[in-house]
Design a protein around this ligand. Structure first.
Ligand SMILES: [Fe+2]
Length: 905
């Protein structure tokens, strides 16, 4: 943050002298007010004392006698943030706006008291005051503080709100208003010109109020502000709006481009889905039910305050620039003599990760001529192309000895400490049984048999191994099988529905002991089910490697679509919308949740437009292709449950843990060295403690929950509108007691912060080396009836390499993974909240948050200690990458660590 400047640009309507001692008066009564919100802060006696102090004695005596209202000036500091980089249009507006002689321009402020004027029956108001930009203002700081003065009556009471009107041409970002250092208003919002939005903006002081405790002078404004945020459900949203409303996912396809780009609407009876933010864009020409495409003239809407800030935009723009260049690879490779797109040897792949770029540039002139690119773009390319195609070594690859094969022990370890530690489950029944409808998908039986695994069980029978909790499974059978016919109809895209069985060894590691590969039964030429076991010779070694690659490919898709997108981004969005529509910014639960919603709506909107859309990055680079979002809808309908999203419930559901009150977190882990769960439980408990303190402070008893209309409306709308398609499920948690609320809020904060960090910021470090984690495969395993079987025998390495995506496809995809794994410079991490002024009036809450911050630091030390403990083989050992995804702090970049407060990428 750059420095600040003070600007004396305020105008006051009256010219009475400033009475600074009003501050001490307000402070004294504000303290009283905190303990008794409904009491009036000023007594008749104290008012008279004030008058004696501020007015000359003869005049004061006269005023006392006549009880004539006395007015005071109250100083305030208004902090406004500026764009550090202005475009020409912005500069023009600012120049127009900075004409100090134009009385009509300026920012008008008016204080609102917490009290009502008994004569008028309306809130007490100050006189309006105004500040203006100065034409000569040289903005060399990113924020500027303006001094203003309000004129208030002596019996004004405590200020509770400020009404702001922007009379300029351009929006501005109002960061805060501080009144005499006593009452603070954290605004943090864009204020639009009144010619754009006629309704005046309302900002409330930082004091939190439950609805029933709202000071009488603020009640009407509290309701009015919420009505503004809800809108009326009509019209096309513009970028300056701040309206939060719901819609279904009817914006993923482009029906006007042809049938290939039509996508089903997600949300509704047919394909249940969480709701997204409504934009109101008109329907497509060829389908009235589909939303039209985002264009330059109809840009992607998110409520104005949800949009990325400057530093985030800079980080994303840099990433997009690299991505754009990697998409130009076909042009570049011709011009730059890139190696062939076909992978001939493993070194072709490993070259991507070496210090040098994977090709040498020809002379700049020749390059420019051959690439046929615009001059400006060419200039940028020539300057940075060497950087674009350099990739840091992902964590999954040892720099000294990159291996294109995933070792068995590493496959097991990554299910516990990789980018997707959420899919591993304890095997409760063997053979596993499908839950799919047999009339549609064929037999529910598995091809796995006891003889496939018994020799791997160290003398145990299968039943013994089950009873002793030694068998675990990655089971993607039911996720993928219904979609395989459509996936495998694609040229060069072939997938199985996989299962991988693991044995928990006496050392605490997971060892893969069998893989089942399933296809739909209709295919007569290829066996529907195939079981692989650990290799015993050269042929089975290559088949085993191919089988593991297919398992990892399934895992890559399920991770991205279900564990990441669905469970965090998609399911959080309706919660955020409901919070803005139903919880006042004064509400303590809004204040608690708000930092955990930062950037999520903008990330989701950009995700729908660039990643999840028809023909977008996800469809282009995951095996699931055009079925991708339907797979998430299927999981949402058949599997997702809000009550299972807490960490303890998730671990119990997957059979990884059992309840045990004697254990530190009330759980006994059946895989003791499970880094995601071990570290996650530390953070879960810390969040739970903070939330418990918070909730019990504001809701000392159940009746206070039940009588909180905003809270109940928020939760009701979150379920019944945001998750309307599954709102009748019996598993939705009740909200009746403080404990209910603690559980709900802890789950939300966990999902938005630590859960999301665990699945998001390892995408490149753990997924950036595609031979061991291919996002899709191009070939099925060879079988004896396959004409290519002979070529597999002749050149198994060539078969393996030809099964992987080609280089240019992967270059593009790992560029995307790198962007998605990168923290921006303005990231806010758990326990490192910069602005605690929201709770300035509640010292107990402030103390709880400081305690939480200290706990995050202690957890960080504890995780570092664990990562250095050689007994913990799943996070420490020769060449083993430490598990750092739940280390709370991080710097910018793809650091593979850091827990942001929100799903911010
Ligand atoms: Fe994310």
């Amino acid at each position: 943050m750059a420095g600040t400047r003070d600007i004396f640009g305020s105008l006051t309507i009256d010219k009475l002298p400033t009475k600074s001692f009003l501050c001490s008066h307000v402070r004294r009564h504000q303290q009283n007010y905190v303990s008794s919100p409904n009491s009036l802060p000023y007594s008749r006696k104290s008012t008279l004392v004030q008058v004696k102090k501020v007015v000359a004695a003869p005049m004061a005596a006269a005023l006392i006698k006549a009880e004539t209202p006395v007015q005071f000036k109250v100083k305030a500091l208004v902090t406004v943030k500026y764009d550090t980089v202005e475009n020409v249009k912005d500069m023009m507006f600012r120049w127009l706006d900075s004409d100090g002689h134009t009385a009509q321009r300026g920012v008008i402020l008016q204080l609102v008291s917490t009290e009502v004027d008994p004569k008028l029956g309306k809130p007490k108001l100050s006189k309006e005051t105004m500040f203006q930009w100065s034409r000569n203002l040289k903005v060399n700081a990113d924020k500027v503080t303006h001094k203003v003065q309000f004129l208030v009556d002596a019996k004004f009471g405590v200020p509770g709100a400020i009404i702001v009107t922007n009379k300029y041409h351009k929006e501005f970002y109002l960061e805060s208003i501080a009144i005499e250092g006593l009452v603070h208003f954290d605004c943090n919002s864009w204020v639009q010109p009144d010619r754009v939005q006629a309704e005046k903006r309302i900002f409330f002081s930082n004091k939190a109020y439950l609805p029933n405790d709202t000071p009488v002078g603020l009640k009407e404004l509290r309701d009015k502000d919420l009505r503004q945020l809800r809108g009326d459900g009509e019209g096309i949203r513009t970028l300056s709006d701040r309206i939060y409303d719901y819609d279904v996912y009817n914006d993923l396809g482009y029906p006007d481009k042809g049938a290939k780009y039509v996508r089903p609407i997600l949300g509704g009876r047919t394909q249940p889905y969480p709701r997204r933010c409504r934009t109101g864009r008109p329907p497509a020409n060829s389908d009235v039910n589909a939303e039209s495409t985002v264009t330059r003239y109809m840009p992607q809407y998110v409520p104005r305050d949800e949009a990325f800030e400057d530093l985030k935009i800079a980080a994303v723009t840099e990433g997009k620039w690299k991505l754009m260049l990697s998409s130009l690879l076909p042009s570049l490779k011709e011009a730059a003599s890139i190696n062939s797109d076909v992978i001939r040897t493993f070194s072709d792949i490993n070259d991507l990760y070496k210090e040098s770029a994977p090709f040498e540039l020809k002379s700049k002139n020749e390059f420019r001529e051959k690439a046929h690119l615009p001059r400006m773009l060419n200039k940028m390319i020539n300057e940075s192309v060497q950087d674009i195609f350099k990739f840091d070594h992902p964590k999954i690859v040892s720099r000294d000895n990159p291996s294109c094969f995933l070792r068995d022990d590493e496959l097991g370890r990554l299910t516990l400490a990789g980018m997707n530690p959420l899919s591993i489950e304890r095997l409760k029944v063997f053979p596993p049984v499908s839950k799919l409808d047999p009339s549609i998908h064929g037999s529910q039986d598995s091809a796995l048999r006891e003889e496939h695994i018994v020799c791997q069980l160290n003398g145990m029978s299968v039943q013994q191994a089950l009873e002793e909790n030694k068998l675990f499974i990655l089971d993607y059978h039911d996720v993928y099988l219904p979609f395989l016919n459509r996936i495998n109809a694609h040229h060069n895209r072939k997938a199985y529905a996989t299962r991988a069985i693991f044995l928990l060894t006496h050392l605490g590691s997971l060892k893969p002991i069998a893989i089942e590969l399933s296809l739909p039964e209709k295919n007569q030429n290829v066996p529907a089910k195939r079981v692989l076991t650990p290799p015993v010779d050269a042929t089975t070694c290559w088949l085993w490697q191919l089988g593991k690659a297919h398992v990892c490919s399934n895992d890559a898709g399920a991770h991205q679509l279900i564990q990441h997108w669905l469970r965090t981004h998609a399911c959080l969005e309706p919660l955020i919308i409901a919070a803005h529509r139903q919880l006042s910014v004064m509400h303590p639960i809004y204040k608690l949740l708000h930092p955990h919603t930062r950037y999520t709506m903008d990330v989701n909107a950009q995700g729908r437009r660039l990643l999840l859309n028809a023909g977008g990055i996800i469809e282009s680079h995951l095996s699931t292709a055009e079925c991708s979002m339907e797979i998430t809808a299927s999981s949402y309908q058949n599997w997702w449950r809000f009550d299972m999203e807490s960490l303890p419930a998730d671990l119990i559901r997957r059979g990884i843990a059992v309840p045990d009150p004697t254990q530190p977190h009330g759980l006994k882990l059946l895989i003791e060295d499970y880094p995601y769960a071990n570290d996650g439980l530390l953070i879960w408990s810390a969040i739970e403690e903070l939330v418990g303190t918070y909730v019990n402070y504001y809701y000392p008893e159940a009746s206070s929950i039940q009588s909180d209309s905003e809270l109940n409306n928020w939760y009701h709308e979150f379920i019944n509108v945001g998750h309307a398609d599954i709102c009748h499920a019996s598993w939705w948690p009740k909200l009746s007691t403080p404990n209910d609320l603690v559980s709900i809020l802890t789950t939300i904060i966990w999902v938005a912060s630590a859960y999301h960090a665990a699945v998001n910021f390892g995408m490149y470090p753990y997924g950036g080396y595609f031979p061991v984690r291919p996002p899709f495969m191009r070939r099925l395993l060879p079988n004896e009836r396959d004409p290519d079987h002979a070529s597999f025998f002749a050149d198994p390495e060539g078969y393996f390499l030809a099964s992987l995506p080609c280089l240019s496809e992967m270059l593009h995809y790992i560029s995307v993974l790198h962007i998605l794994s990168t923290h921006s410079a303005d990231e806010e991490y758990l326990g490192d909240r910069k602005d605690l002024s929201n709770w300035a009036g509640d010292p107990q809450i402030l103390e709880a948050f400081y305690k939480f911050s200290m706990e995050m630091r202690r957890i960080e030390k504890e995780i570092e200690k664990r990562n250095a403990d050689p007994k913990l083989r799943n996070r420490c050992g020769a060449g083993v990458s430490p598990y750092e995804l739940l280390l709370p702090s991080s710097g910018p970049g793809a650091t593979c660590r850091g827990v942001p407060t929100s799903a911010s990428l």
